[in-house]
Design a protein. Structure first.
Ligand SMILES: CC(C)(COP(=O)(O)OP(=O)(O)OC[C@H]1O[C@@H](n2cnc3c(N)ncnc32)[C@H](O)[C@@H]1OP(=O)(O)O)[C@@H](O)C(=O)NCCC(=O)NCCS
Length: 178
């Protein structure tokens, strides 16, 4: 039997929740990050005013790299209907984020981060569940992500969440001359 979910309002920065089955997206598929029923953390879409806090969070979580432009990454993820950034706040603080999107075939997760002050409270798991549900309502059958080999704690996090390691080699090429 499918689990009932709560689905957050689509308005950027909003976390209003309404009951909704996961298989029934609203008219536009841009709606709804969906924390699992009973999740204690309301999930919201990143809004225009969240960029600075997101960059600070990613810095504190060790996710910034010199070759990435986080402001541009945020703008690109928020621009179209096939990606978004989901947030969990604790009071005034931005406690966690995840960027999720799909390429028409697979779903991908980036910038999953819980602020060091809020770790081991289930926020990372709740964000990952919301990203999974965001993809499920769009018919995406599989979620993928990349983890650096030395990031042992994060390996443990994903294994605990039911993810399996796949033996693949990643090829890439920059398209921005960097
Ligand atoms: C990975 C990360 C998002 C986890 O966030 P979190 O909110 O602390 O995770 P949760 O509290 O939801 O943890 C869920 C479970 O994952 C496992 N887990 C989480 N962190 C772990 C760690 N450091 N070591 C071992 N297991 C861990 C545990 O089983 C945990 O359950 P438990 O606390 O009941 O034992 C956080 O550690 C982080 O921001 N890391 C730095 C950024 C990063 O590398 N992100 C991943 C990019 S791919």
């Amino acid at each position: 039997m499918s689990e009932p979910r709560t689905v957050a309002n689509d308005a950027p920065g909003s976390a209003a929740t309404v009951a909704s089955p996961v298989a029934a997206p609203a008219a536009a598929p841009s709606a709804s990050p969906a924390p699992r029923a009973g999740a204690p953390f309301p999930v919201a879409h990143a809004g225009d005013g969240d960029t600075a806090a997101l960059v600070r969070l990613w810095d504190r979580a060790g996710l910034l790299r010199p070759w990435n432009d986080p402001q541009a990454d945020i703008a690109l993820a928020r621009r179209g209907p096939h990606s978004t950034i989901l947030l969990i706040r604790q009071g005034e603080a931005l406690a966690g984020s995840v960027m999720v999107g799909h390429d028409g075939h697979r779903g991908w997760v980036y910038y999953l981060a819980t602020d060091p002050d809020f770790r081991r409270r289930g926020i990372g798991r709740a964000l990952l569940a919301a990203a999974e549900d965001w993809l499920k309502v769009r018919g995406v059958p599989k979620i993928m992500l990349m983890v650096r080999p030395e990031n042992d704690a994060v390996h443990k996090f994903y294994v605990a969440a039911g993810y399996v390691e796949e033996p693949r080699i990643i090829f890439s090429r920059r398209l921005d001359e960097k």
